[in-house]
Design a protein around this ligand. Structure first.
Ligand code: GAP
Length: 492
């Protein structure tokens, strides 16, 4: 069953809604743009992805600890970090449709059209011109490119554009009971700053020695000019970030370490290696001395999922300057070596992954439409080949029929297993239909209770991917399932 990528992506997003993974936020009010809710299975899968990240960062590394800092922070933090003055995208409005666009997105779409039409030279030239304008923050030049290439508004079809302006992506609100006289605060656009400002709290209370890391998972908010590709670019999303504090001068060694370690982490889920690639940043942010993205090949092309940045001592130095508090680390070991610089502001390697993008990647990678037709009959199934440890439901308990005491026996088995695993019980419809329902939500194992179970206390386990069945003792189920869904299978 060969589908083009657009259709495939449409089917994945349709599947996510149909089976309770992701819903549009406020759907009965016609939705809220670029905001999504996770349904009953989506919440489970998302939690499992978080657990995988947390365990591999915090549990597996003795020198990394996790925190949970507040979304609201002192507004000066965002001044110090550069977000108040510099966290912006170039936007342009069409005066006829009143629609707002990111100027670089409009140009990118034009480049894609040139490529589709075989005009590769024109595409390359426009790409180079746009990169140059973006690197120089030359907004008038972006407008000129839009005009020169006769880019029209996708809604009105006209070229009646405003000037290109910078649009700050931070959401703000008022803190305090009265709007008047209360302070403007921001919804954090990244979780990282909550780590930086707690650097000394954690270091001192946890007696941490450099090199060490602080990890956190949490919501971030960005007023994205344009929402794109389902949960790929959202206005409210979740990040999993880790800041690793190192001695100045050793940062490149650690940058390489985390670059390798993070790709290995992605591959452990079972995603084919050719679906990933590194994208080294040519133009570095003012605070970075090296930066790379890990990109995944979504149905709509290779896109960033995670960034690894060598952030130097920029953030801690800025907070030292803006807060007036010392952000230095006293390196006892250097002192013992007789070196004169025991006190320094550490350098930082950051790993930052978007949980929602990881979720989308996992769904796209797991989704398969299979043709199972034989000479005798037409058949097909949609299956989510999720890693068993990450699957929302670990196993389903299915009595073959609704009579002869099979449901009672199945319930007995279900009640025992649900103490350890997230399970589903299902006795409705034919056994074939029930297997298909579990395939569609990625349940790796189906446990069927039949008449033989009543005689010898054995059951069948059906494996989702191979559809093979094996007969095992009911008393051993918790051990068998436990081994198959163990975190050990991912964390080695
Ligand atoms: N602290 C560094 C930082 O925030 P970033 O590249 O802006 O770096 C890191 O974001 C990751 O967060 C991205 O690789 C992406 O996975 C995710 N992300 C960023 N903006 C997002 C959005 N609007 N919607 C969903 N995920 C987003």
């Amino acid at each position: 069953m060969s589908k083009n990528n657009d259709e495939l992506f449409k089917n994945v997003t349709g599947h996510a809604k149909e089976y309770g993974f992701v819903f549009q936020s406020s759907e009965i009010y016609d939705g809220l743009s670029a905001v999504y809710d996770y349904g009953q299975l989506g919440a489970e899968l998302k939690n499992n992805l978080k657990t995988y990240w947390w365990k591999s960062m915090v549990q597996m590394n003795e020198n990394i600890v996790g925190i949970d800092s507040a979304i609201f922070m002192h507004p000066k933090i965002w001044k110090a970090s550069g977000h108040v003055d510099g966290f912006a995208d170039p936007m342009i409005d069409n005066k006829d449709s009143k629609k707002r666009y990111r100027a670089d997105n409009l140009i990118e779409d034009k480049i894609a059209r040139y490529e589709k039409d075989g005009k590769t030279d024109k595409a390359a030239k426009l790409q180079a011109d746009m990169d140059e304008a973006l690197n120089a923050d030359d907004l008038p030049r972006l407008k000129v490119l839009i005009e020169e290439h006769e880019i029209v508004c996708p809604v009105s079809g006209t070229r009646n554009w405003t000037e290109v302006r910078q649009f700050n992506l931070m959401f703000s609100t008022q803190m305090g009971a009265m709007a008047e006289g209360s302070d403007e605060v921001y919804l954090r656009p990244e979780t990282a700053q909550g780590i930086f400002v707690n650097f000394l709290n954690v270091q001192k209370s946890g007696r941490m020695k450099i090199p060490f890391g602080i990890a956190q998972i949490g919501k971030a908010f960005r007023n994205e000019v344009i929402a794109r590709q389902f949960i790929m670019r959202m206005r409210e999303f979740e990040q999993m970030e880790m800041q690793f504090f190192v001695r100045p001068g050793t940062e490149m060694e650690w940058y390489k370490h985390w670059k390798d370690a993070r790709l290995k982490w992605h591959l452990a889920i079972g995603t084919p290696a050719e679906k990933y690639r590194y994208h080294d940043h040519v133009k570095l942010a003012h605070y970075a001395n090296a930066a790379v993205d890990i990109e995944f090949e979504f149905p709509f092309g290779f896109k960033e999922v995670e960034g690894i940045h060598s952030r130097t001592d920029f953030d801690l130095s800025q907070h030292q300057q803006f807060s007036g508090k010392k952000m230095q680390y006293f390196d006892n070991e250097l002192n013992e070596e007789g070196k004169p610089y025991g006190n320094y502001i550490p350098y930082v390697i950051e790993t930052s992954i978007g949980l929602d993008r990881l979720f989308l990647l996992t769904l796209c990678n797991a989704y398969e439409e299979q043709d199972l037709s034989t000479d005798e009959k037409q058949d097909s199934r949609t299956v989510l080949k999720l890693h068993p440890t990450l699957a929302p439901i670990k196993a389903a308990v299915l009595p073959l029929t609704k009579k002869d005491g099979l449901p009672e026996k199945a319930r007995e088995i279900m009640d025992k297993l649900k103490l350890d695993f997230n399970m589903q019980y299902d006795e409705k419809d034919s056994i074939g239909k029930r297997y298909r329902r579990q395939d569609a939500i990625g349940t790796p194992f189906c446990i069927t209770i039949d008449h033989q179970t009543l005689e010898d206390h054995t059951v069948t386990i059906r494996h989702r991917d191979s559809m093979d069945q094996e007969r095992v003792a009911a008393s051993e189920l918790d051990q068998i399932i436990g081994k198959l869904v163990s975190w050990k299978n991912l964390l080695n």
